[in-house]
Design a protein around this ligand. Structure first.
Ligand SMILES: NC(=O)c1ccc[n+]([C@@H]2O[C@H](COP(=O)([O-])OP(=O)(O)OC[C@H]3O[C@@H](n4cnc5c(N)ncnc54)[C@H](O)[C@@H]3O)[C@@H](O)[C@H]2O)c1
Length: 420
């Protein structure tokens, strides 16, 4: 096959995938398309740096249809889809990423995205924002705004702002309720369990299933695992969240006490080395280790590799390390298992997340925001949820005046001495 016809075949597959996404994205394809199509994105250069598969590609096309010059790159070298890349290129969108790359090629891709001098960045993990700050200071100085996808990226943006290194407004899409309440919890919950079972072909019912980190991501994974019959275990450092996990019906405890019961261990902390060298003695033989958080080192694969006496690859995306006579199976090299080892979030979930991102970018372009970290206005969050409900045929009752607690009148009575 000549390379050109190979690219055409890939592009056709990618096109079909993007069309499948469009069919199941009523908010992005309707409400958002209409809202951002007011001409304000005309000629604006937006770098979209999110896991580069069909759902991200659809967001890129919606922005391009609204007149933006879109530059697409991936937020992790393991999650870029070659078919989707070709489909976007065929559509005239600049893509600076290719499938099958490694961390070195990914660095080059991100710098290539920076070199297109974006006005705005839709970022994931603040990966491009941080690199522009460090390696392309002149281009960073002319950046007008960033809309950030993740919990990890949000923490990084706050740190950059605190250090006086954020000279533009950044929106934290992750703080929108239409993002974290659905994407982090239900999206990651469903697809992490799905990917784990598909990659391993193992049984979940009755198995000990530990989740490390009980934030939105951990809650979702634990909820789905429990619903499938797992004996769920939570390892969490925050006492309030640990108590919540206990009341949600999970076994809670320190790693050394509860990890020995787990046949599956999944991290979702947003930090590094949540399962690290210190925890290796607590892991049982034949345990499956996977990560759903942003960092590839939440499961400290380097420490496991250093402790291993042998390594094998018994199945696709499974590396088995022999440590102290036990086999530890690491999925997808420690990358986000639901994306690197699965198809990523359900389309309907990303319809909400990318509605937040699309409207977030539009809000940045059309609103004079001060430098610093902002969340999208509540009206936009509410409008996205209302559009989603409308697509499901659900219309809500508005609050009637007599249903509202009239605090102002109560205070007035109080001032007049009426303390009934
Ligand atoms: N895989 C995906 O598709 C996907 C989707 C959304 C978010 N994420 C990522 O998942 C991660 C978690 O997101 P979130 O929204 O749940 O964050 P969160 O901040 O709500 O929750 C993280 C929890 O982990 C706990 N924690 C931190 N370090 C720990 C440790 N060493 N041991 C035990 N617990 C620890 C924290 O106390 C917190 O409760 C982030 O990196 C986020 O970017 C991934």
């Amino acid at each position: 096959m000549n390379p050109q016809s190979g690219a055409a075949t890939k592009a056709a597959i990618g096109r079909d995938r993007i069309e499948w996404v469009r069919r199941h994205s009523p908010v992005l394809d309707g409400f958002v398309r209409e809202r951002i199509g007011d001409g304000s994105l005309e000629g604006v250069t937006i770098a979209v740096v999110v896991h580069l598969e069909a759902k991200t590609a659809f967001l890129a096309t919606v922005l391009a249809d609204a007149g933006a010059n879109v530059i697409a790159a991936g937020s992790n070298p393991r999650t870029t889809s070659g078919d989707v890349v070709e489909a976007l290129r065929e559509r005239g969108i600049v893509v600076v990423a290719d499938a099958g790359g490694d961390y070195d090629s990914w660095e080059r891709e991100l710098l290539a995205a920076a070199d297109h001098a974006p006005d705005y960045v839709i970022d994931d993990g603040a990966e491009l924002t941080m690199r522009m700050s460090r390696h392309r200071p002149a281009l960073y100085a002319r950046l007008k705004g960033v809309s950030e996808e993740t919990t990890t990226g949000t923490a990084r943006l706050h740190a950059m702002h605190a250090a006086g290194r954020l000279p533009f407004p950044a929106l934290t899409a992750n703080d929108a309720r239409c993002k974290h309440l659905f994407d982090n919890k239900f999206g990651t919950g469903q697809t992490t369990v799905q990917a784990l079972l598909r990659l391993t072909n193992r049984q979940i019912a009755g198995a000990g299933f530990a989740v490390v980190g009980y934030g939105y991501v951990g809650r979702g994974i634990a909820q789905y695992a429990k619903a499938m019959g797992a004996r769920t275990i939570v390892v969490e450092t925050d006492p309030v969240r640990s108590l919540e996990a206990h009341m949600d019906g999970h076994v809670v405890g320190a790693a050394r006490d509860v990890l020995p019961e787990a046949s599956f261990v999944v991290t979702g902390t947003g930090g590094m080395r949540a399962v690290g060298a210190r925890d290796l003695p607590y892991l049982r033989g034949d345990v499956v280790l996977a990560n759903a958080g942003h960092h590839d080192l939440e499961v400290d694969v380097e420490a496991i590799a250093a402790a291993a006496t042998a390594v094998s690859s018994p199945r696709d995306q499974i590396d088995t390390y022999r440590v102290d006579g036990r086999d530890l199976h690491v999925l997808s090299g420690g990358a986000l298992v639901n994306i690197a080892g699965g198809s990523g979030h359900p389309v309907e979930i990303m319809d909400l997340t990318f509605a937040v991102q699309g409207l977030g970018a539009h809000h940045l372009v059309t609103t004079d925001l001060a430098p610093g970290v902002h969340i999208i206005p509540k009206e936009l969050d509410d409008a996205i949820a209302a559009a989603k409900l409308a697509s499901l045929g659900v219309v809500l009752d508005p609050m009637r005046p007599e249903q509202e607690d009239d605090a102002a009148a109560w205070l007035e009575d109080l001032e007049e001495g009426d303390v009934r």
